[in-house]
Design a protein around this ligand. Structure first.
Ligand code: NAD
Length: 283
């Protein structure tokens, strides 16, 4: 039975985010294209992966152009999702642009300037966002709006920030850094190095409240505490994410949004998650 809406091809279904997103596509009742572009060695060694009972065939870089022609003839309303690796992101984007394939790029890193330049030069439709968790992006945007609207509103207060992620994450949370920049404008001085990185499981569970099963499997917990000079006022903001579903669901929203823009022949071709939110494009 053909589902309404676009057909979505997720690259690569072998990865953690790709797998979660492909499952979210199926949950949403959309058509998951049973092909996934992946690394050459996996395509040869693994062959296919199961997504919610659907066998998805893996296609390596050397076969992808030929495969795409076949896929496109069967699924003309194609939207592509990319959750791959920083090292292959630019090459993949070039492939999508060259083939005028509308794409949602969730992969982080790579050469971002080159990515934007390639999209602009090709006129290909794309949503590019390092954070597809729309509720988190909405919170971040709200803090930035508050900073613009009420600069210095917390002058004299102090700020403490703690973030917790799986042990393997060595750098400081990008979201925490962005939110701290907004707080700086509100009159709360804090350097990036002062953001506390909580990586010890006992502290993650005890202090931050991370459920035990999410300590290693992936979580993103953030607590910002604002305290007045005399200690009589405390404001606390938290955004705590377990697992990957929030990003996967946001990615599906971005696909639906992009499909609508393509259908409407919108003049603007390049979007981010704030565009998706501004359009009220939530399910
Ligand atoms: P992962 O290592 O689990 O998956 C990456 C996959 O890409 C692997 O399966 C790998 O085999 C595959 N791959 C390798 N070469 C490829 C090629 N040439 N073409 C296609 N696929 C290829 O990583 P992950 O945890 O799924 O994260 C993927 C990316 O998504 C990272 O950059 C991560 O930072 C980012 N991310 C973004 C968001 C967001 O909201 N935008 C959320 C979480 C993660």
């Amino acid at each position: 039975r053909a589902a309404a809406g676009p057909a979505i091809m997720v690259n690569s279904c072998t990865g953690k985010m790709g797998h979660s997103t492909a499952e979210a596509v199926v949950r949403a009742g959309l058509t998951l294209v049973p092909y996934s572009l992946t690394g050459q060695s996996e395509a040869v060694a693994v062959g296919n992966v199961g997504i919610s009972g659907i066998p998805v065939e893996l296609v390596g870089p050397t076969e992808r152009q030929a495969a795409l022609e076949r896929i496109r003839s069967k699924y003309p309303d194609l939207i592509v999702v990319d959750y791959t690796l920083p090292s292959v992101l630019n090459e993949n984007a070039e492939f999508y642009c060259a083939n005028q394939l509308p794409f949602v790029m969730g992969t982080t890193g790579g050469d971002r300037e080159r990515l934007l330049a390639d999209v602009a030069a090709s006129g290909c439709y794309a949503v590019i966002a390092p954070n597809m968790g729309k509720q988190i992006v909405a919170f971040q945007t709200m803090m930035e709006m508050m900073a613009d609207r009420f600069p210095g509103c917390f002058s004299g207060y102090s700020l403490a920030v703690a973030e917790s992620h799986q042990r393997t994450k060595v750098d400081t949370s990008g979201t925490a850094k962005a939110v701290v920049k907004s707080f700086n404008k509100m009159g709360l001085p804090l350097e990036e190095e002062q953001i506390e990185k909580v990586r010890k499981p006992e502290e993650q569970i005890g202090r931050m409240g991370v459920p035990e099963q999410h300590v290693d499997s992936g979580h993103a917990f953030h607590t910002y505490t604002l305290t007045s000079a005399d200690g009589s006022v405390v404001l606390e903001f938290k955004h705590n994410v377990c697992g990957r579903d929030v990003y996967a669901e946001g990615t599906v929203d971005a696909c639906l949004f992009l499909h609508r823009q393509v259908q409407a022949g919108a003049e603007q071709k390049l979007y981010n998650m704030i565009d998706v939110l501004s359009a009220g494009a939530m399910r």
